[in-house]
Design a protein around this ligand. Structure first.
Ligand SMILES: C[S@@+](CC[C@H](N)C(=O)[O-])C[C@H]1O[C@@H](n2cnc3c(N)ncnc32)[C@H](O)[C@@H]1O
Length: 320
């Protein structure tokens, strides 16, 4: 087997069928919404990487600090031979795990962004020519068919991406992760923690406007893929903290009344001035909540590590 394989688990037209279904459903309901996975075309993946380097965006630095300190413990506890990473993006922080796992045979990054997967695969193999990298272009909310690779298996879900799923989606997702694990396997989960609202809002509304560009990128994706005419400068980026749900909401707010034509769907979507599309939630967690959601999915939290400032947590869980 060559050291880098890229497998598309869904036919290419399934991606466009899913986008069409999500856009029709999300923009004809009230309030309007779009799922966050559509941010991540090549430009969106690049913008996300830019976000991770912003002074306001602490989660990447906090998670990197924990990984740098704990990768040896994670390797010792799991002895993983295969590392599966869901929503792997650039795999930049994953290097700590790859370097710490002496018996690692295969790395299986899973992402909807083909450009992120190929970029990460090339960069990783340049330093680790012996590693088998089997990248999967796949939606991690669907049933995953993982390649054959030796166990024990460590499934990593980093970056706080769990928080982008709504509570019911999270329940289904954690159950499907549990189904990927056998006794002796483990889940490594990154969770951003509840904290001061000002710190949270700044992380999603940076002074340089990179998150605003990232948010509007979903409109560019719909314009390009579905022949729509969203005026990008007719929408403002909004980030608000929802105290009841304990999540950040990113929205796009129409500056004035506008009708958007989506020719690919034969649809006209009217917006009132001030009307919003919710484009992402980013839930923030507490240890007890994470523990009980994992338990409900049949997993037991065995380790909980935070960065020195207590902003972000990495947890390890095994099957019950
Ligand atoms: C918040 S970023 C985190 C990236 C990286 N794990 C990190 O910690 O920096 C979310 C990543 O998940 C991917 N993604 C989002 N929704 C997805 C889905 N439903 N299925 C697969 N990948 C998804 C995006 O393309 C992106 O690379």
């Amino acid at each position: 087997m060559s050291p880098f394989q890229l497998t598309r688990t869904l036919p290419e037209d399934a991606t466009s069928a899913a986008l069409r279904a999500d856009v029709r459903h999300g923009l004809t309901r009230s309030p309007k919404e779009l799922p966050p996975k559509w941010f991540y075309d090549a430009r969106g993946s690049e913008l996300f990487e830019e976000i991770t380097r912003l002074p306001e965006y602490y989660p990447t630095r906090a998670e990197r600090e924990i990984l740098a300190g704990r990768a040896g413990d994670i390797a010792a506890v799991t002895g993983a031979r295969t590392l599966v990473e869901l929503g792997s993006g650039s795999s930049e922080k994953t290097r700590f795990l790859l370097d710490a796992l002496p018996e690692l045979h295969s790395y299986v990054p899973v992402d909807v962004s083909e450009s992120a997967l190929t970029g990460a695969g090339e960069a990783l193999l340049a330093d680790r020519p012996g590693l088998h990298v089997h990248a999967l272009i796949a939606d991690f909310t669907r049933v995953l068919a993982l390649p054959d690779a030796p166990g024990p298996r460590l499934v990593a879900f980093l970056g706080g991406t769990l928080g982008n799923l709504l509570p019911g989606e999270r329940t289904d997702f954690l159950r499907s992760v549990r189904a990927l694990l056998s006794p002796g396997d483990a889940l490594l989960l990154g969770s951003d923690l509840v904290k001061d609202e000002r710190v949270l809002v700044a992380a999603y509304d940076d002074a340089a406007g990179v998150t605003a560009d990232f948010n509007k990128n979903v409109l560019s994706v719909v314009n390009r893929e579905l022949e729509a005419d969203f005026p990008l400068d007719g929408f403002d980026h909004v980030a608000v903290w929802n105290d009841r749900e304990e999540w950040i909401e990113m929205r796009l707010r129409a500056r004035e009344r506008v009708s958007v034509k989506i020719r690919g769907l034969d649809l006209v979507v009217p917006f009132e001035a001030g009307e919003e599309i919710r484009t992402e939630v980013s839930a923030k967690f507490r240890q007890e909540g994470v523990r009980s959601e994992l338990a409900a999915a049949g997993m037991k939290l065995t380790e909980w590590w935070t960065d020195a400032e207590g902003r972000f947590a990495l947890s390890l869980s095994t099957v019950v």
